[in-house]
Design a binder for this molecule. Structure first.
Ligand SMILES: NC(=O)c1ccc[n+]([C@@H]2O[C@H](COP(=O)([O-])OP(=O)(O)OC[C@H]3O[C@@H](n4cnc5c(N)ncnc54)[C@H](O)[C@@H]3O)[C@@H](O)[C@H]2O)c1
Ligand SMILES: N[C@@H](CCO)C(=O)O
Length: 453
């Protein structure tokens, strides 16, 4: 690991990485708290729909009011403080920064931001995994053509999983499964922003003292974020979802190698090389022993007597036959560790994970019986949750991607628990996000995508 040394060099040479953040919410705030302590990185500007909220976020995490008065992007780049703006597009177009971070969570805005980064030659760190799940494979292709780096965001679980998958493969292991932990019960699929906090485990005092968006956090709970994240991992690693989507098996860290292996070997996987999310609670609500609620894992195979023996000699926890083992990371640090992506992109020119093909998709699925005339309200809302599906199944079924289930009116009733189809909604053909997604569907239509065996 030499990122810190390279950043120090940048600092010493007076050539800091010049960074602009879009979206100063919870994730953005966590990054803002760390960037001021990071050598070799200069925060030039923050763009948010509400600049006063951005100012409040910066001050809350320790910035002095006097550090927030840069008059322009140029002023910010020269060290005159941070420039606050509501104009993300102007920030991306500015020649005074090198790396843009999208931490808005808005799929349509994310697509627009990446395309603007391509146009203006800015690297993009995509915290906005909602946009990545909607159109990441084509966005990454566009970024490559434009000569910029498109990177998943370290600190969120997908990039941490990509790192573990890369570790295993680069060390010569076959990856059997990879994924993350979360708190899951089947009833959470119907959760709404009104019911999220007790399920999530936050007391009213914690909610009152924090800076949380109830709809965003509900998307972490109702299965949507898990589906989005596993679509991102699938597209970035080639690991495929099971045909039924995510099964959320309850599993503790000592059981990873036993549970996350194929069914025919005694585990629960549909196939080798699968993405899966494990639950920190048993189906009856009891806590799982040594759960991985906040973490990520990879299971990998030995595939030779010699390596199986090494696993034993060096104390690895394995499945009963000693062929599969696991590594895990107990936590993800959200925006607090986003600097790893910024540094990797800025000093190495390498993403911390990026889509390489289109395998996984997230389909809008009704939380309850929906009636024609109702308006869908996107990730974590009252009407739909996201279900992971193979991209080929999603396209063949004509299903509506979750990232487009925003402010669209239903033309038909949808029974509870069913995927919504494109033909069930009135969508705006002229919108950039709809056009871009349609373009991705067309671009991949003729390509043979691998099918889970
Ligand atoms: N909160 C978490 O714990 C967490 C964890 C992992 C990943 N994330 C990811 O971080 C991203 C943001 O989540 P959050 O919880 O910080 O949400 P949030 O609602 O707290 O913050 C989003 C911010 O972006 C701003 N914004 C929205 N659209 C914008 C636009 N078009 N232009 C400029 N600003 C815009 C909003 O005003 C808001 O301040 C999402 O992609 C989410 O998946 C969040
Ligand atoms: N991914 C986390 C939330 C924030 O990353 C979860 O599943 O609860």
């Amino acid at each position: 690991m030499n990122l810190h040394r390279k950043l120090q060099q940048r600092e010493a040479e007076g050539k800091p990485l010049r960074v602009g953040l879009i979206g100063a919410g919870k994730f953005g705030s966590m990054y803002l708290s760390q960037v001021r302590r990071t050598p070799g990185v200069r925060l030039v500007a923050v763009a948010d729909l509400a600049p006063p909220r951005a100012r409040a976020a910066l001050e809350k995490v320790g910035w002095e009011a006097g550090e927030l008065n840069a008059k322009s992007f140029e002023d910010g780049a020269r060290g005159g403080g941070v420039h606050l703006t509501d104009d993300a597009m102007a920030m991306i177009a500015s020649p005074h920064l090198d790396i843009v971070i999208d931490a808005t969570g808005s799929p349509a805005a994310g697509i627009a931001h990446v395309l603007a980064c391509c146009e203006h030659g800015k690297h993009i760190v995509m915290v906005n995994v909602e946009a990545d799940a909607l159109a990441g494979p084509l966005l990454a292709r566009r970024a490559e053509q434009a000569g910029i780096v498109y990177s998943l965001a370290y600190g969120d679980q997908p990039a941490l999983i990509c790192e573990m998958v890369d570790w295993a493969r680069a060390a010569g292991f076959e990856v059997v499964a990879a994924g993350k932990g979360t708190k899951y019960l089947p009833e959470y699929h119907a959760s709404t922003p009104d019911t999220v906090w007790p399920y999530y485990g936050f007391s009213p005092e914690m909610v009152a003292a924090g800076d949380f968006n109830a709809q965003m956090f509900n998307s972490f709970l109702d299965g949507t974020k898990s589906a989005i994240e596993m679509a991102a991992v699938s597209n970035a690693t080639g690991l495929l979802p099971a045909p039924q989507g995510l099964a959320f098996p309850p599993c503790g860290v000592d059981d990873l190698a036993r549970v996350l292996r194929p069914r025919e070997e005694g585990g629960m996987l549909h196939h080798r090389g699968q993405v899966e999310v494990i639950s920190s609670v048993e189906r009856d609500g009891r806590p799982v022993f040594r759960d991985l609620r906040w973490g990520v894992y990879v299971t990998f195979a030995a595939d030779s007597d010699y390596v199986r023996r090494c696993f034993k000699e060096y104390g690895l926890v394995t499945d009963p036959i000693g062929n599969t083992s696991a590594l895990y990371k107990p936590y993800h640090l959200i925006g607090l560790e986003l600097g790893i992506s910024v540094a990797s992109v800025g000093v190495r020119g390498e993403p911390t994970g990026a889509p390489i093909d289109w395998h996984g998709d997230v389909v809008a699925t009704s939380k309850r019986a929906l009636r024609a005339g109702e308006v869908l309200d996107g990730e974590g809302g009252f009407t739909v949750y996201g279900r992971l599906m193979a991209a080929r199944e999603s396209v063949a079924g004509g299903y509506l991607p979750l990232g487009l289930a925003h402010k669209v009116k239903l033309k038909a009733d949808v029974p509870a628990g069913q995927p919504v189809r494109w033909r069930d909604v009135e969508f705006d053909d002229a919108s950039q996000a709809v056009r871009f997604r349609r373009e991705m569907e067309a671009a991949w239509a003729g390509q043979a995508q691998p099918r889970a065996a």
